[in-house]
Structures are given as structure tokens and as C-alpha cells.
Ligand binder design. Structure first.
Ligand code: SF4
Length: 371
């Protein structure tokens, strides 16, 4: 048997997808549907999630993180939220979970709901702010304004959440450096522990993608400006698009993706990375909200190593090449790695392989040399 298939890997993370949204944003291509008016459809969906989780009995013993994403998990009513969290409790021993996150949209945050999250052990909120500029919010099809975003963050603090992440986007249409300055000013005031600040991605299946809109070509300019601005405010970049006030606020769940750890995804549209009988699989729940099934795509050895390199180099710290599968990936791609080190794009120190600052700017080009 090959070494790569015998290395032990446990499931550390669980992703639960809630696909309901009150409205559809123009840029979005996530698995989502408009929230049904009747409770039955939502309850039926939650029952399906319950059934799906039952199929993982005994496989969640090493689970460290749970992430409820969407869609818009916060658009569930209080009763639906309680039902969802009870279901998760039934399958997971919450006391072993170190990071339990839920995504919120500002317009559906209430103090009551936040208290429910807190009671069920959720300890991290990820709030979809996107920008604090009201004109831009309207242009991208969001329902909230900056006042709502501030209120949501204030309520979260009132409910004693001390690990709040906000999602922001840059390179939106007609967005200028002045807009970024406004966002940075808000950040200075509200001091979230964590920030994910992504460039707009134009996906084919989004409303804008279908209209064949082209994305503005200013990524590099914004990327550098955002990075400098956040560093000035005391944030540390630990992944291409993610920053935190202190290392303890780095997202453990997202790090598990970048470290190519195994994770289970449940719910319509969710994906996962699983190991079954010495083989690795990418899973994808396909179908629709009322009927979906899990598909399994085998990950071959070369693809697995490429995934480890591709995801791992997104982290500033890089890849621990002394560790299990990472070591195999390093040995597999040693020639390409050495060439990139010679070019000053990658570096290797204390068993970590990472991008130099020049390498970070051309990560996609580096990855092409591994294909
Ligand atoms: S971006 Fe979020 S809130 Fe907007 S449609 Fe997509 S999943 Fe729903």
C-alpha cells in the first residue's frame, strides 16, 4: 500500500449549509434559494440535514470546528434556529468544539437570535458587511445599509460575542480608494477581531455573470491598499485575504481548509473532503433544496499533493513540510519547489514552505509550474 493512503487523518471540521436567503445579491453564485414562506419546507430541509448527519455516526469524535454558512443562516426564525442547533447537538459533542461559527447578514440579526446562538455554544460570528458604503451596497444588491451593519455588530457585542469577523469586498464597480478609506475608518471604530476582505469574483452563475459583466481590473491596486491599511490598524495578515487582531482569532475552521484537513459538508450544495477506506474524496451535495445527494469524486495522489500546495501557499506561514501528507507533497514536487525558491518566489525555513512577498503577488503563476 502507498504511504500517502495510509497516513492517518481525522475529520476536524464540519460545515453545515443553510441555503435560504431573503434576496439574491447580484454577484452571488453560492447554493441558495429565496427563503420559502412556509415553515414546513424549512423544517423538512432541517430534517434532511439531521438525516445526513446521522450517516456520520462515530466519525465526529475528533471534530474541532463547526461552521454554519449559507445562504443566510441568520434568516432562520428563532424556532428554526433552535431546531437546527438541537440537531447539531444531537450528532456532535459540542464541549470538544473549539470554534463554532455562524454567518449572519446584518438585516436579520436580533438580540434574541444572538442569545440562542450563545446558549448553544456558538462562539464566533461572521457578519456579511461587504462594504460600509451605502451606494455600493445598493449596487451589489445587498439589503442592508451601514447603519444596519453597525447595529448588528453592536448587538453582537451586547450579547457578549468577543470573536467577530466581518466579510468585506473590494474591486466592486466604481469603487475607489476613497471608498476603501471609508471602510478602514469604520474598522478603526468597530475593531472586529477578524476580517476577511476578498476581491469581487465574477462567477458565471451569478446575476452579473449571466449578464456577462466584466470584472474591473484593479485587483492589485486594491489588494496592496487594503493590506497596508489593515496592517496600519494593527491587523496581521495570515492568509491572502484574511486578517486578525491576534493569532487566537485566526479562523481555525478556515485554516483546516487551507491545511487540507478532512472536513464534512452537509446540506444542499455543501462540499467536503473525506477519506474512506484509504482513499480520498471530494464530496459535493448536488440536486436541489428538497432533494439532494452526496457525490464522491476520487482524489488521485498527484491531485491531492497539488491541493496541499495550492491551498497551503495561501497561508502566510505556509506549509509544514515535516507533517504527514505535506511531507509527501513536498517530496513529490521538490523540483518545482526548488526552481521557485531559486527565483525568489518561494522560501523554506524551519520546515515551513511559504511564498515570499514577491511570490504572493504571482501565486497563480507559481501554481502553474506545479501542473
Ligand atoms: S451573497 Fe449571501 S446573502 Fe447574498 S444571495 Fe448570496 S448567499 Fe444570499
Amino acid at each position: 500500500m502507498k504511504i500517502w493512503s495510509t497516513i492517518k487523518k481525522d475529520i476536524y471540521s464540519l460545515y453545515v449549509h443553510i441555503p435560504f436567503c431573503e434576496h439574491i445579491c447580484f454577484y452571488c453564485d453560492f447554493a441558495k434559494v429565496i427563503k420559502p414562506k412556509n415553515d414546513e419546507s424549512i423544517n423538512a430541509y432541517l430534517d434532511k440535514v439531521d438525516n445526513e448527519l446521522s450517516t456520520y455516526n462515530n466519525k465526529f469524535n475528533s471534530l474541532k470546528t463547526i461552521y454554519i454558512g449559507g445562504g443566510t443562516p441568520s434568516c432562520l426564525s428563532n424556532d428554526q434556529t433552535t431546531k437546527l442547533l438541537e440537531i447539531i447537538n444531537k450528532h456532535v459533542d459540542i464541549k470538544n468544539i473549539i470554534e463554532y461559527s455562524i454567518e449572519l447578514n446584518p438585516e436579520s440579526v436580533t438580540l434574541e437570535k444572538l442569545k440562542i446562538y450563545k446558549n448553544y455554544g456558538i462562539n464566533r460570528l461572521s457578519i456579511g458587511v461587504q462594504t460600509f458604503d451605502n451606494n455600493l451596497l445598493q449596487k451589489i444588491g445587498r439589503q442592508h445599509n451601514n447603519k444596519k451593519a453597525l447595529e448588528a455588530i453592536e448587538l453582537a457585542r451586547k450579547a457578549e460575542f468577543n470573536n467577530i469577523s466581518i466579510d468585506l469586498m473590494y474591486n466592486l464597480f466604481n469603487q475607489t480608494i476613497d471608498n476603501i478609506d471609508v471602510d478602514l475608518d469604520y474598522i478603526k471604530k468597530i475593531k472586529p477581531e477578524h476580517i476577511s476582505w476578498y476581491s469581487l469574483i465574477m462567477k458565471e452563475n451569478s446575476i452579473w455573470g449571466k449578464l456577462k459583466y466584466n470584472k474591473p481590473e484593479n485587483d492589485e491596486l486594491f489588494d496592496e491598499y487594503v493590506n497596508k491599511g489593515l496592517v496600519k490598524l494593527g491587523y496581521k495578515r495570515y492568509e491572502i485575504s484574511n486578517y486578525s487582531k491576534k493569532e487566537i482569532y485566526n479562523s481555525v475552521h478556515n485554516l483546516s481548509y487551507w491545511k487540507s484537513d478532512l472536513f464534512v459538508g452537509v446540506g444542499y450544495g455543501a462540499s467536503g473532503f473525506e477519506k474512506i477506506k484509504d482513499k480520498y474524496y471530494l464530496t459535493q451535495n448536488v440536486g436541489n433544496v428538497s432533494k439532494y445527494e452526496k457525490t464522491f469524486e476520487i482524489v488521485e495522489e498527484n491531485d491531492l499533493y497539488f491541493q496541499i500546495i495550492m491551498m497551503g501557499l495561501r497561508m502566510i506561514k505556509g506549509i509544514d513540510i515535516s507533517d504527514g501528507l505535506n511531507k509527501q507533497a513536498y517530496l513529490h514536487f521538490k523540483n518545482q519547489i526548488n526552481k521557485n525558491i531559486e527565483l525568489g518566489l518561494l522560501d523554506l525555513k524551519d520546515n515551513y514552505l511559504f511564498c515570499t512577498s514577491r511570490g504572493f503577488d504571482v501565486l497563480n503563476e507559481i501554481l502553474l509550474t506545479f501542473l
